[in-house]
Design a protein around this ligand. Structure first.
Ligand code: NAP
Length: 284
């Protein structure tokens, strides 16, 4: 059996078209969602992400501001910028690109972003609201993962989901969102015993460990939905997921590719969060 491909690229395009339509409707009311992206330093990966956020935001008709700050920017200077963006009415979403240079405490910066403008969904209040099931701005990659599972047509309620990886930005929020969809969730991490045995019980398998091609067919239940969050740069310059796609696709029912799977979803969910923030701030 060969799995059906879940094209994140295509799903992202569909969501993007929905966002564009809503932005048009808001424009007729004189509202333009505003996204501010802040980059400190010259990390090449971060520069690529920021460029692509800027491009998508502009193409969608958002008000877009990008701040490229020198690597020597002090924490106080960065906090002053965040506070200014918090106050400005034309800004609905603030994203500070991580990682930050070592002399800046990431937590202090995340905590300083106004909760209602925290379009990355990393502020402790948004994380807390996610845990207790209240409305919040959801972290982008996990929200994208859930959207991709939904698009397979699989009903998540009552299914066994296994999440491999427990980071704050991917694994933990994915597990909470899966529970919100009424799946039964097992979390695995680097200290998990019998991981392949647990993983083979998964109707839904989400992998976010940062190890190229680690999860092969021996971890996959026949017919499972496999979502590969991993983005690993190989020595030959190519991008690889955490799942050994060629092997896993022979067993899975649905599977995401890398690239073209979860990656394109993250940015479109960021735009969706900005739109949501813009509407909520105006009571729409
Ligand atoms: P992370 O913070 O490094 O966390 C990795 C997690 O995987 C940890 O919980 C770790 O366990 C677990 N782990 C590592 N090796 C393992 C193993 N051999 N067996 C079981 N668990 C293992 O990583 P992250 O930020 O979540 O990112 C994970 C991957 O997703 C990376 O490739 C990253 O580039 C990618 N990513 C992609 C997107 C996107 O937009 N597509 C967004 C974010 C991240 P412990 O907790 O026990 O250490």
């Amino acid at each position: 059996m060969t799995a059906a491909l879940i094209s994140g690229k295509q799903v992202a395009e569909e969501i993007r078209a929905d966002i564009a339509r809503e932005v048009q409707e808001l424009a007729e009311k004189g509202i333009k969602p505003g996204l501010a992206v802040v980059l400190v330093g010259e990390d090449p990966g971060s520069q690529v992400y920021v460029r692509s956020k800027e491009k998508t935001s502009t193409e969608l008709g958002f008000h877009s501001e990008v701040y490229r700050l020198d690597a020597s920017t002090s924490q106080e200077e960065l906090l002053a910028l965040v506070n200014d963006l918090n106050r400005r009415d034309e800004i609905d979403g603030i994203l500070v690109q991580l990682p930050l240079p070592k002399h800046i405490e990431e937590k202090a910066v995340i905590d300083a972003i106004a909760v209602e403008k925290d379009v990355d969904g990393f502020h402790p209040v948004n994380v807390g609201n996610l845990v207790i099931g209240d409305d919040s701005l959801l972290p982008c990659t996990p929200a994208g993962v859930i959207e991709l599972i939904k698009r397979t047509g699989m009903e998540m309620a009552g299914k066994h989901a296994v999440v491999i990886g427990r980071s704050n930005i991917v694994g933990k929020p994915v597990s909470l969102l899966l529970q919100r969809e009424n799946a039964t969730v097992t979390m695995c991490h680097s200290r998990t015993a019998n991981m392949a045995e647990l993983s083979r019980q998964a109707d839904i398998l989400v992998v976010a460990i940062g190890r190229a091609n680690f999860i092969d067919a021996s971890y996959v239940k026949p017919g499972a939905v496999v979502i590969d969050v991993g983005m690993n740069r190989l020595d030959n310059g190519k991008l690889a997921g955490d799942v050994d796609f060629e092997s896993a696709k022979e067993v899975a029912g649905h599977i995401t590719p890398v690239p073209g799977g979860v990656g394109p979803m993250t940015i479109v969910m960021l735009m969706n969060n900005t739109l949501t923030a813009a509407k909520r701030r105006r009571g729409l």
